[in-house]
Design a protein around this ligand. Structure first.
Ligand code: DX5
Ligand code: ZN
Length: 220
């Protein structure tokens, strides 16, 4: 089953609880939470206290995308705040296997993320240890950028590797996905679709999210 993970980065921060309830009511499964530290990426977003406050008001899977240096230092805070999936960048983890082990020990699902210029060879050794792989199709830091097709080409490769090795991690895409390219994106075999601006910049995010979910049915 394909799942939608709207990125809260594009929501109206003055009414987050309402924004989240609005998409949850139409059946959105995941909430993508972009944590940025101003070091790994040139932008600062929000941290664990915001996630903790929202946790009480939502049953969606909290998919926490950590765009931060030294993620190990903060994993516990995010797990305590209510993260279901802790998503770390390969580029920030010198010992990826150790970081993934720490995430599992905290009772969360582990995901590994690669930037558009990071080849999949860098994560081959952990594909049997993670629940999800996130392929970034924009350079992390901002929503509303254009999808980089060369980065998306990694998805069918990962689908092939997953099949050959009999693994079962989910594949997620993040960056520049909207209704204009959604069918092309879904055709890659991706499982979880992140979308920020295409959902939360819409006049009614619930209507926009529903359009994504309806299109998913064509690929199931
Ligand atoms: C970018 C973030 C994305 C972003 C996606 O660094 O990781 O999750 O919010 O936004 P759109 O869908 O607008 O590209
Ligand atoms: Zn993200």
């Amino acid at each position: 089953m394909k799942r939608l993970a709207p990125s809260m980065l594009s929501a109206d921060f003055s009414k987050l609880r309402e924004e989240i309830a609005n998409i949850e009511k139409v059946g959105v499964q995941y909430l993508h939470l972009d944590v940025m530290d101003g070091h790994f990426v040139p932008n600062i977003s929000f941290g664990a206290p915001v996630i903790k406050s929202l946790r009480k008001h939502s049953n969606m899977v909290f998919d926490v995308h950590l765009m931060i240096e030294n993620p190990e230092k903060y994993l516990q805070d995010f797990a305590k705040a209510g993260a279901d999936i802790l998503n770390v960048h390969q580029e920030t983890c010198p010992d990826l296997e150790k970081t993934i082990g720490m995430i599992h020990d905290l009772g969360c699902k582990a995901a590994v993320t690669i930037k558009p210029d990071t080849p999949i060879e860098k994560i081959l050794h952990v594909l049997d240890k993670v629940e999800m792989v996130l392929v970034m199709t924009v350079y992390p830091g901002f929503s509303g950028q254009k999808l980089i097709p060369e980065a998306m080409a990694k998805i069918p490769e990962l689908v092939k590797i997953r099949e050959e090795r009999g693994l079962n991690f989910d594949i997620q895409i993040d960056g520049g996905v909207g209704m204009g390219n959604l069918r092309e994106v879904l055709a890659t075999g991706v499982d979880v679709i992140v979308s920020g601006s295409a959902v939360f910049d819409a006049e009614d995010p619930a209507v926009a999210a529903k359009a994504f979910l309806e299109t998913f049915k064509e690929f199931e």
